[in-house]
Design a protein around this ligand. Structure first.
Ligand SMILES: Cc1cc2nc3c(=O)[nH]c(=O)nc-3n(C[C@H](O)[C@H](O)[C@H](O)COP(=O)(O)OP(=O)(O)OC[C@H]3O[C@@H](n4cnc5c(N)ncnc54)[C@H](O)[C@@H]3O)c2cc1C
Length: 454
């Protein structure tokens, strides 16, 4: 249990976004009253009973790395820090992994490595928990080849605010209520997933393109190839290339261009790809640059040091819309003096997960302008580029209706009432109303900019 005011302060932010005082103190109550750190799942029904009886709001936190503030309280109360429930069990014969909600990618990775195994897909943020990732978006490296984390899932165990313990198999439709719903329906206390053999070698290629549209066109063409099946296809826009180069101690020596990183886990595929590049007269960058970028693929967020704060907009966009979407937000950036550092992961043959990071300073007024850009960019993607928000957290709560259909929302609301009739877990309806102003920000900003930019 933590009640020391100084330590409570630490929990009013997540590790990647510092909420400015106007939001965290006036619009929300982000300071928890108490932190509880359960060590076994038996503790959770007791916490739920106590919270129900005393009508205390609860917020769930894994490692607090997400960046959308989902693990930050919006109405005080008890914050449940799951960090100590960090069990990791590997069954190498069955190629299965079972983890607790506090198990972080870094430790999971290390444990799997000992058995010559690997996760089939994972986020690029190794400090986060695997279960927290399932509770948010579940897409990242490996998604192009193996699908989102849901595809690798065998089962989960959840405890709902009513105190009910449920074991759900991947094919059980009820499981949907707990994946990507960000700790609003219950706590996932255990997950079992399929894992794979660790490739003996990776074969990364780095392809520079002057224009981002050319990089996306080539990625699309490659993703539809009948026999070439890359593990990952990632595009780093020129602005991010510059930063990655500067941080690589000379190991990435490509020109400042848009980079397409294509990685194969198979030697024969890599050989065929070289032939394909020759046939298309495409010159790949040097091998050291490609290997460095691939081996350090967990590096991009180190741009936070340019901040000191980092904001991020993450949206799912159709592949053929990304380049023009990027042109529009770049125009906005120029007008407002903000620089975006975008990258895209292909998540299938038609869509990308587009992440644009913005460096800012939460101690200065400019932070509020930068902050406005986040919903503006999501609104732009949703309204004009057939995009969808990726995750909600605090910032994207107003885009709930753009993420789910009316029918889905109704079903989720009914399920929430069933499992949490006292409304103790997660963000309250009141905080959603407060945050609705962000939706207005999104649409009014569109009006402000529309005459000239859209
Ligand atoms: C460098 C970097 C790169 C990243 N790249 C990606 C990426 O490519 N793709 C991607 O999807 N994400 C990415 N992320 C985000 C991050 O990896 C995941 O969101 C993260 O794994 C979530 O784990 P967490 O423990 O930090 O979650 P937290 O921030 O603690 O929580 C996130 C949300 O999940 C809920 N939650 C946490 N644990 C549980 C639980 N056991 N049961 C129910 N709800 C729970 C919380 O209430 C909150 O709403 C990146 C982050 C960083 C820092």
């Amino acid at each position: 249990m933590i009640a020391d005011p100084e330590k409570l302060e630490y929990y009013r932010n997540d590790l990647n976004v510092d909420l400015p005082p106007l939001i965290r103190d006036l619009m929300l109550k982000s300071l928890p009253d108490l932190i509880l750190q359960p060590t076994t799942e038996e503790h959770l029904p007791e916490i739920f009973t106590f919270a129900r009886e005393h009508k205390i709001p609860l917020t769930v936190r894994g490692a607090g790395t997400w960046g959308y503030g989902g693990a930050v309280p919006t109405r005080g109360g008890i914050l449940i820090d799951l960090g100590l429930m960090d069990k990791i069990e590997v069954n190498p014969d069955a190629l299965e992994l079972t983890v607790g909600p506090g198990a972080r990618f870094l430790d999971i990775h290390r444990e799997l490595e000992r058995h010559g195994l690997t996760l089939l897909s994972m986020t690029s943020g190794k400090g986060g928990t695997l279960i927290g990732w399932m509770a948010t978006g579940g897409m990242g490296f490996g998604t192009f080849c193996h699908g989102p984390v849901r595809k690798q899932l065998i089962s989960i165990r959840v405890i709902t605010p009513e105190g009910k313990i449920q074991d759900l198999k991947a094919e059980d439709p009820e499981i949907t209520n707990f994946l990507s719903t960000e700790g609003q329906m219950g706590i996932i206390v255990k997950a079992t997933l399929k894992v794979g053999q660790r490739p003996t070698q990776w074969f990364p290629f780095l392809l520079p393109f002057e224009k981002s549209s050319a990089a996306y066109d080539f990625a699309k063409q490659l993703s539809h190839h009948s026999s070439l099946k890359p593990h990952d296809l990632i595009i780093y826009h020129t602005e991010l290339t510059r930063i990655l180069k500067a941080q690589s101690n000379g190991k990435i020596s490509v020109e400042d261009k848009n980079l397409l990183l294509v990685a194969f886990a198979d030697h024969e595929q890599a050989r065929q790809f070289k032939t394909y590049l020759d046939e298309n007269r495409i010159q790949a960058a040097d091998e050291e640059s490609a290997h460095t970028l691939w081996e350090e693929r967990f590096l991009p967020m180190s741009i936070k040091q340019l901040g000191p704060s980092l904001l991020a907009t993450e949206v799912i966009l159709p592949l053929d819309q990304v380049a023009s979407y990027f042109e529009k937000i770049s125009e906005w950036g120029k007008r407002l003096g903000a620089t975006f550092y975008p990258s895209s992961h292909l998540i299938n043959q038609e869509q990308v997960l587009f992440l644009a990071m913005i460096t800012s300073d939460h101690r200065k007024i400019i932070f509020y302008i930068d902050l406005m850009l986040v919903p503006m960019m999501v609104r732009l993607a949703v309204q004009f580029y057939h995009g969808k928000p990726y995750g909600l957290g605090i910032w994207n709560t107003p885009f709930l209706r753009d993420l789910y259909s009316k029918k889905e929302l109704k079903e989720l609301a009914q399920y929430k009432k069933k499992v949490d009739p006292a409304g103790i877990l997660g963000r309250s309806p009141q905080s959603r109303k407060v945050l609705w102003c962000f939706r207005k920000t999104g649409s009014s900003s569109k009006n402000t900019f529309s005459s000239r930019l859209i």
